[in-house]
Write a protein that binds this ligand. Structure first.
Ligand SMILES: Cc1cc2nc3c(=O)[nH]c(=O)nc-3n(C[C@H](O)[C@H](O)[C@H](O)COP(=O)(O)O)c2cc1C
Ligand SMILES: O=C(O)C(=O)c1ccccc1
Length: 384
């Protein structure tokens, strides 16, 4: 057995002592548990998808179409989930996806989620729209790798300043999200009139940025709506094409990952433009209604660029079996989004830790039962 599976033993022991966990171990059921606890505005903001929710469903349906074929008597009792992504050693092929405005669910927000990930040695990706600044998260006392995500604003000096702050605060990789230059059509938000950004939530990074502040007549603390208006006048797609990627290369010395790729030709373009990694993702179904399930595109993208760069995956990961399917289809690691945020809503850092430990234990146990000892041993032969 490996370390992560011990969580199962701890839980079983609790049961023997007549106790049970305060949380579900069924990560697919977490959403329902959180729905009963959190007000409708923030709940739907997180859980909702674009339009009719067809893409959210397509993400799950894509996992359902693949089945794992377990192998027997292969000495899989000792396992090692560790892997290397962008040259960084990870204890397991799991990262925390960038999720903005976490303070709508828990006041400790990104501090809690980053700490929980770091406790397990897992990297977390800080959203560009976080509720805490880069420097606050850096000083949370975590020694796991921290990556930063960027919504690539058209104001080059503001962008350069944010990248420079990230570097100085010790963020080791940059994730550039290319599928969200504007928000998708999201009835769940619009019909409830719930817009955290309108209250300045998720503006911690720009509002603490000296270059952004120099663009304002009055600081955001004195005139919030004017500051939000200036920010909104810096659209993230203005004139952007793959040619502008060199700007990021010039202002970021570490690895760059492009997040939000589905078509293999876009993956090739990203790599040709200098990306060190790709995240195959449809943003958890939040952007384009009726889009392809992200997992459906993973094999094509891996075939196109997997030999050159690390291909990561997100959108719809809920269980250990899901992670095994994504790895078998060629992902080097996966990012989880909503599940850890639901853990945060349940119980802050302890809730995130529970979700991550459950997922890692599930991956570890399932990998062993399927007859594999490490992520690297998995390939498409494990699936039908
Ligand atoms: C509430 C919420 C906020 C998000 N904010 C960001 C963000 O700021 N930047 C980003 O690149 N992706 C963001 N995402 C997308 C996630 O990084 C990720 O792609 C998605 O959640 C993965 O799907 P899953 O939730 O099914 O795991 C957000 C997702 C949610 C649910
Ligand atoms: O809601 C999202 O999916 C997202 O990417 C986002 C962007 C800015 C602020 C909060 C969330």
């Amino acid at each position: 057995m490996t370390g992560f599976a011990n969580y199962q033993r701890e839980i079983v022991q609790l049961g023997k002592d007549g106790e049970s966990l305060p949380f579900t171990t069924d990560l697919a059921a977490l959403e329902g548990a959180v729905r009963a606890k959190v007000p409708a505005g923030p709940y739907w903001y997180v859980a909702g998808g674009a339009g009719t929710g067809a893409t959210v469903r397509a993400n799950r349906a894509a996992f359902e179409r693949w089945r794992i074929v377990p192998r027997m008597l292969r000495n899989a009792d000792r396992r090692d989930l560790s892997t290397t992504v962008l040259g960084m050693h990870l204890p397991a092929p799991v990262l925390l996806a960038p999720v903005g405005v976490q303070s709508i669910l828990h006041q400790e927000a990104e501090l809690a989620s980053t700490r929980a990930a770091a406790e397990l040695g897992l990297p977390s990706v800080l959203s560009s729209s976080s509720s805490r600044t880069l420097e606050e998260v850096a000083s949370a006392g975590c020694d796991a790798p921290r990556w930063m995500q960027l919504y690539w604003s058209s104001d080059r000096e503001v962008c350069a300043s944010i990248l420079d702050r990230g570097k100085r605060a010790g963020f080791s990789a940059l994730v550039v999200t290319v599928d969200t230059w504007t928000r998708g059509w999201r009835p769940h938000e619009m019909d409830r009139g719930y817009y955290p950004a309108a209250q300045g939530i998720g503006m911690a990074i720009p509002f603490s940025d000296p270059v952004f502040r120099s663009r304002l007549a009055k600081p955001p603390e004195e005139d919030l709506s004017a500051a939000l208006e200036v920010w909104q006048r810096m659209p993230t797609d203005a004139g952007k094409s793959w040619q502008q990627f060199s700007f990021l290369r010039d202002h970021w010395s570490g690895p760059i990952v492009v997040k939000g790729i589905l078509h293999p030709d876009d993956a090739r373009r990203a790599v040709a433009s200098g990306a060190d990694g790709i995240v195959v993702s449809n943003h958890g179904g939040r952007q384009v209604d009726g889009a392809v399930g992200a997992l459906e595109m993973l094999p094509e993208v891996v075939d196109a660029v997997g030999a050159e760069v690390d291909v990561l995956f997100d959108s719809g990961i809920r269980t250990g079996a899901d992670v095994i399917k994504a790895l078998a289809l060629g992902a080097k690691a996966v990012l989880v989004g909503r599940p850890y945020v639901y853990g945060l809503a349940q119980a802050g850092e302890a809730g995130v830790l529970h979700v991550l430990r459950s997922l890692l234990a599930d991956i570890d146990i399932t990998l062993g039962l399927v007859g594999y000892r490490s992520p690297a041993e998995l390939d498409r032969d494990a699936l039908r």
